[in-house]
Design a protein around this ligand. Structure first.
Ligand code: ATP
Ligand code: MG
Length: 552
C-alpha cells in the first residue's frame, strides 16, 4: 500500500541507514500498549508510525500487550485494543503478551543476580527514593547492596514463592548509585504484588518493572527498532544495560519521538478513565472522547485518522497540534464520498399558501454534485415544509439574505418563495411562516433573471423523518496538562447539544455508521449505539467550514 508510506522523518532515516549498513537484515517494529484503557489518537500516531515503517521497508510489526502491571489491566481493554488496531487498517504479524515471557524474565533476573548485577533490597519505597538522591545530589548505597549472590538467590526465590508481603522487598539492578542519570541508580527491576493477573492468573506474585521488562520483550521478539515516546530518552542507557547484561542475542535499538498532543484534548488513559468513571461522558466510546472508539462512533474514518497521523510528522520536539487539523482530514476524506442530504435541525414550519392542497411533487436531486456516479434521489415537496429557525428573521440586519417579510429566497432544488406573514402564539413565539411560491421558478431557477441571493434548505413536513441530532463542542475547554486532576475543572459543560430535527424520507433506513453531508451543516454519522436500538441519532463529525488551512 503506497498510502502507508510515512512521510520522511528522522526515524525512517535511521532505519534506512541500519538496513544499508547491514546492522539489521529485516526490520521488526512493535506496537506495545498496556491494556489499562482504550487506545486514543496519540496511540494512532504510534501505530501509523510502527506499521508504516515496517510496511515501507518490507518488515514486520507485532502487536504486544505490555501487561506487566496486573492491577490496572483488564481483558476488556485487550479486546478493544485489537479491534481498534484492525479498524485503523492494520494487521499485526505476531500477537504477544509480555506476561507470556514471565518465566524467561525471571531467569534473566536470576542471571543478573548470579553475575553480581542485581540484589534484593529491603528498603521501603520511601527510603529507596530518599537514598536515590536528586539531580543535584548523588545517591547513597543501600545497606543491602552487598548481599552475597547466594543470599540474593535465596531471597529472590522466596519473593517468588510468596513469602513476603507487597513492598517488603524488591529486586534492584546493581549499577551505579552516583550516576548522573537517576535511572541508573540501582533501579528496581522486580516488585512484589499479590494480585490476580488477567493472563497469568495467580501464578505470579512478583512482577517485572517496565524498565526491565520492555527491553527483554523487544529482544526476545527480535524487534529491531523499539520506538517510544520522549520521556523514555533518559531510560535508554538502562534499556541498553538490561539487553547487554542479560546477554540477549538480538539487540534492539530504542528510538524516541515526541508524543502527540492536541489542543483542547486530554490524552492519557489515566485521565480518560477518570472522565469515564466519573460519568463526564457516556463511556470510553463517547463521541467526544479522543479514543479510537470515540472517534469511530463520532464518525471519523480510519483514512482520515491515518492521513492526520502522517501529516503531523515525527519529530524529537514536543508540540501541540491544532484539533482542527484532524477535522480537515475528515472533510478531505468525506467530501468525495459522503452523499448530500437536507436536514433541518431546529425546525420552523412554512406554509406555502398558494400551493395546491394535497399536491406532492418529487424533485430529482443529485446525491453528490462532485461525483456523478453517486446518482440521484427523489425529494418530495408540498404545501408544508420545515426550514431552519435561523433562516428567518423578523428584524434582519443588513446583508441578511435569508427569509424576512417581503424577501424572496430559493428553496434548494425546489422553488423561490417569498415570506408574507408571521404567525405567533399567545406568548409571541414564532410558530409558522406564510409564504407564496413562484411556480415559474421550478428547480430553483430564476424565471426572469431576477436575483435571489439566499438559498436555504428544507424538509417536506408530511414525509419528514424525525431524528435526534447531536452537536459537539470540545470536551475540554483548556488543558493544564500539569499531571493533577485539575483538568476536571476544565470539562466543558456544554460539549453536547441534542436537537430534535427532521430528515428527508429516504433516511429512514440508514445503517449504523453511515455518513452524510447535511447541506450547510457539516458531516454527520449515524450513531451505532442507537441505530442498534432502532433509534435514529446522528452525530455531527465536523462542521463544513473552518478557518484552518493546511500548510503545503
Ligand atoms: P498513556 O499515558 O495515555 O497511558 P502510554 O504511553 O502509557 O500512554 P501505552 O499503552 O504504554 O500508553 O502506549 C503504547 C504505545 O503508544 C507506546 O509506544 C507509546 O509510546 C505510544 N503512545 C502513547 N501515547 C502517545 C502519544 N500521545 N503520542 C504518540 N505515541 C503515544
Ligand atoms: Mg502507560
Amino acid at each position: 500500500m503506497s498510502e502507508n508510506k510515512v512521510t520522511s522523518n528522522f526515524i525512517k532515516n535511521i532505519v534506512a541507514e541500519d538496513l544499508k549498513s547491514g546492522q539489521y537484515k529485516e526490520i521488526i517494529t512493535r506496537f506495545p500498549p498496556e491494556p489499562n484503557g482504550y487506545l486514543h489518537i496519540g496511540h494512532a500516531k504510534s501505530i501509523v508510525l510502527n506499521f508504516g515503517l515496517a510496511d515501507e521497508f518490507n518488515g514486520r510489526t507485532n502487536l504486544r500487550f505490555d501487561d506487566t502491571n496486573p492491577i490496572k489491566e483488564d481483558t476488556e481493554y485487550v479486546k478493544s485494543i485489537k479491534e481498534d488496531v484492525k479498524w485503523l487498517g492494520y494487521d499485526w504479524d505476531e500477537l504477544h503478551f509480555a506476561s507470556n515471557y514471565f518465566d524467561e524474565m525471571y531467569k534473566h533476573a536470576v542471571l543478573l543476580i548470579k553475575k553480581g548485577k542485581a540484589y534484593v533490597c529491603d528498603l521501603s519505597a520511601e527510603e529507596i527514593r530518599e537514598y536515590r538522591g536528586t539531580l543535584t545530589k548523588p545517591g547513597k548505597e543501600s545497606p543491602y547492596r552487598n548481599r552475597t549472590v547466594d543470599e540474593n538467590l535465596e531471597l529472590f526465590e522466596k519473593m517468588k514463592n510468596g513469602e513476603y508481603k507487597d513492598g517488603e522487598k524488591v529486586l534492584r539492578a546493581k549499577i551505579d548509585v552516583k550516576s548522573p542519570n537517576i535511572n541508573m541508580r540501582d533501579p528496581i527491576i522486580y516488585r512484589i504484588a499479590h494480585a490476580y493477573h488477567q493472563n497469568t492468573k495467580d501464578k505470579w506474585c512478583i512482577y517485572p518493572m517496565y524498565d526491565f521488562a520492555h527491553p527483554l520483550e523487544d529482544a526476545i521478539e527480535g524487534v529491531t527498532h523499539s520506538i517510544c515516546t520522549l520521556e523514555f530518552e533518559d531510560h535508554r542507557p538502562l534499556y541498553d544495560w538490561i539487553v547487554r547484561e542479560c546477554e540477549m542475542k538480538k539487540v534492539p535499538k530504542q528510538i524516541e519521538f515526541a508524543r502527540l498532543n492536541i489542543t483542547n484534548t486530554v490524552m492519557s488513559k489515566r485521565k480518560l478513565k477518570k472522565l469515564v468513571d466519573e460519568k463526564f461522558v457516556d463511556g470510553w466510546d463517547d463521541p467526544r472522547m479522543p479514543t479510537i472508539a470515540g472517534l469511530r462512533r463520532r464518525g471519523f474514518t480510519p483514512g482520515s485518522i491515518r492521513n492526520f497521523c502522517r501529516a503531523i510528522g515525527v519529530a524529537k520536539a514536543s508540540s501541540v497540534v491544532d484539533s482542527q487539523m484532524l477535522d480537515y482530514f475528515l472533510r478531505d476524506d468525506l467530501e468525495k464520498k459522503a452523499p448530500r442530504t437536507m436536514a433541518v435541525l431546529r425546525p420552523l414550519k412554512v406554509v406555502i399558501t398558494n400551493y395546491p392542497d394535497g399536491k406532492i411533487e418529487n424533485f430529482e436531486v443529485e446525491n453528490n454534485p462532485d461525483d456523478p456516479t453517486a446518482g440521484t434521489r427523489n425529494v418530495p415537496f408540498s404545501k408544508e415544509l420545515y426550514i431552519e429557525q435561523e433562516d428567518f428573521m423578523e428584524n434582519p440586519p443588513k446583508k441578511y439574505y435569508r427569509l424576512f417579510i417581503g424577501n424572496e429566497v430559493r428553496l434548494k432544488s425546489a422553488y423561490f418563495i417569498k415570506c408574507n406573514e408571521v404567525v405567533k402564539d399567545e406568548s409571541g413565539n414564532i410558530v409558522e411562516l406564510h409564504c407564496t411560491y413562484d411556480p415559474e421558478s421550478r428547480g430553483g431557477n430564476s424565471p426572469d433573471g431576477r436575483k435571489v441571493r439566499g438559498t436555504i434548505h428544507w424538509v417536506n413536513v408530511e414525509t419528514a423523518i424525525p431524528a435526534e441530532i447531536r452537536l459537539y463542542q470540545p470536551l475540554i475547554v483548556e488543558d493544564g496538562e500539569d499531571g493533577s486532576d485539575s483538568f476536571l475543572d476544565n470539562v466543558n459543560p456544554n460539549s453536547l447539544e441534542i436537537l430534535n430535527g427532521f430528515l428527508e424520507p429516504n433516511m429512514k433506513d440508514v445503517k449504523s455508521g453511515q455518513k452524510y453531508q447535511f447541506f450547510r451543516h457539516g458531516y454527520f454519522s449515524a450513531d451505532p449505539k442507537y441505530t442498534k436500538e432502532g433509534k435514529l441519532v446522528f452525530n455531527r463529525i465536523v462542521s463544513l467550514k473552518s478557518s484552518f488551512k493546511i500548510k503545503k
